[in-house]
Design a protein around this ligand. Structure first.
Ligand code: AHR
Length: 487
């Protein structure tokens, strides 16, 4: 039996709802076909934005959406994506598949999408191939109500009042596709660009520096040393890749037990990555004013056979659900530093929560994990300690149970996953004298998935019993994720 001990009087603070955020890039079928089908599409839509996808994102209370990239962001010129859709400039998406980008989805369409979903926008500004002026005017276009030429254009394009976009990323992966800069050089570039992130009225931009590729701690060290005083957040990207190289990442669906545990073990590296970045940041920012923004995370497998290699379309199994469960618990545990995270990418790309094919839509196992975890959004973190055995193979071993907890409106929510793909685990939750408890779960074979012809995976009720001491008892089936609510 595994024991989850809760200490409600010990907390790392509030869990920012934006930890449950998403990322949508002009990549493959994420924007076009995934989120946006155009206003003449027979697929149910509002001003071109798919209604089924909007409804699904509303249901999990997607709090924030990052756009337009990714690597695409550093080649994106926002002025090409405003004005009448039919006369917008066309470009070739050199990063992703060499397809034509007609810019029919631009700033107004993205803001419309965010308003329909009810989430905050997070813009990634072009630093790699864009000018300071271009970025500054994008902020002005979105956030100013002054009578400037830039604002007049916005009004001519149908938007009277400023949207008030808060989150601004200053470049993306500036060490790589965003310009191949050295940390020392980018620190100065960052200082310059952020100077022109002007405040209009109450709309002060929250400036997020382009961060490291997970294991590059030097990048974070230099950025914090040189620019911590003029940033609000710094990002970090980490993808869980099962294979040993980017050329052979392995199949998303056809994998062995060995691959399963290897993937989970690699997902656990997020713990080390966040702890190390936090330790560096704390040397320069002991008050934890600067937030860590994990604005790209998730699994990255080989594309589905027969699909465009530049579109990064992969299926999603219970293995992905386990990666999500591990990672979100880690974020909760680091909520004093991690203020936002954005799963890559919302629809049809990498570890998507939603897949579409024509008018059909599938909710992936990862979607259901986001659903099970949503009570943590803006809740007060509760410290927990898990006593558990291990699961795995000789080469790849993981803790069998992962968990985190929070408290909101008098109820304590525990999210826990049984990573063992072969055996169930009994759980005792202690430390909060509960009067009653209820639970929901997602469970299945490690290779199980939802697809367009059949979606066997959905959230099911899970039996939970409370004893006379207020401890809760339940059994987590093999390869399962659960939300347990204690009152
Ligand atoms: O999410 C896919 C790509 O991964 C992004 O465009 C880039 O930022 C990262 O390397």
């Amino acid at each position: 039996m595994a024991v989850i001990s809760l200490s409600p009087d010990r907390s790392r603070g509030n869990i920012n709802r934006n930890i449950y955020g998403h990322f949508s890039e002009h990549l493959g079928r994420c924007i076009y076909q995934g989120l946006f089908v155009g206003k003449d599409s027979p697929i149910p839509q509002v001003r071109g934005i798919r209604s089924d996808v909007v409804e699904a994102l509303k249901k999990i209370h997607a709090p924030v959406l990052r756009w337009p990239g990714g690597c695409f962001a550093d080649e994106y010129h926002w002025q090409d994506g405003i004005g009448p859709q039919e006369s917008r400039k066309r470009m070739v998406n050199t990063n992703w598949g060499g397809v034509v980008e007609d810019n029919s989805f631009g700033t107004h369409e993205f803001m419309d999408l965010c308003e329909q979903v009810g989430c905050e926008p997070y813009f990634s500004a072009n630093v790699g191939s864009g000018t300071v002026r271009e970025m500054a005017e994008w902020i002005e276009y979105c956030n100013s109500d002054g009578d400037s030429s830039v604002v007049r254009v916005r009004r001519e394009n149908g938007r009277e009042n400023a949207w008030g976009v808060k989150y601004w990323g200053i470049g993306n992966e500036s060490w790589g596709c965003g310009g191949n800069m050295r940390a020392e050089y980018y620190a100065d570039v960052y200082r310059r660009y952020q100077t022109f992130c002007r405040t209009y009225g109450k709309n002060r931009p929250f400036r997020i520096a382009s961060g490291s590729s997970g294991l590059d701690y030097h990048w974070t060290e230099v950025l914090m040393r040189e620019a911590a005083g003029c940033m609000d957040g710094i990002s970090v990207h980490y993808y869980t890749v099962c294979g040993d190289s980017w050329e052979k990442k392995g199949s998303a669906t056809d994998f062995t037990r060995e691959d399963y545990y290897k993937t989970l073990k690699k997902a656990w590296r997020m713990e080390e990555i966040i702890s190390h970045h936090d330790a560096i940041m704390t040397r320069y920012d002991p008050e934890k004013r600067v937030g860590l923004v994990v604005d790209e995370w998730g699994t990255w497998f080989d594309v589905e056979p027969g699909t465009n290699p530049g579109f990064l379309y992969q299926q999603n199994t219970m293995r992905d659900a386990m990666v999500a469960a591990i990672t979100l618990n880690i974020f909760n545990e680091h909520c004093d530093r991690v203020i936002m995270a954005n799963l890559a990418q919302t629809v049809n790309v990498l570890q998507a929560v939603i897949l579409t094919e024509g008018e059909k839509m599938v909710l992936t196992p990862t979607y259901h994990v986001m659903d099970l975890y949503q009570a943590h959004q803006d809740a007060r973190h509760v410290s927990s300690f898990v006593q558990t055995g291990t699961a795995g193979t000789e080469a790849w071993t993981v803790e069998r149970i992962t968990a985190s907890a929070s408290e909101k409106n008098g109820a304590v929510t525990v999210t826990a996953a049984n990573l063992d793909e072969g055996s169930a685990e009994e759980i005792r939750i202690t430390g909060v004298p509960a009067r009653k408890a209820r639970a929901r779960m997602l469970a299945g074979d490690m290779r199980q998935k939802n697809d367009f012809d059949a979606s066997p995976l959905s959230i099911q009720p899970l039996a939970v019993r409370v004893d006379e001491n207020g401890d809760a008892f339940l059994t987590l089936p093999p390869c399962s994720v659960a939300e347990i609510t204690l009152e």
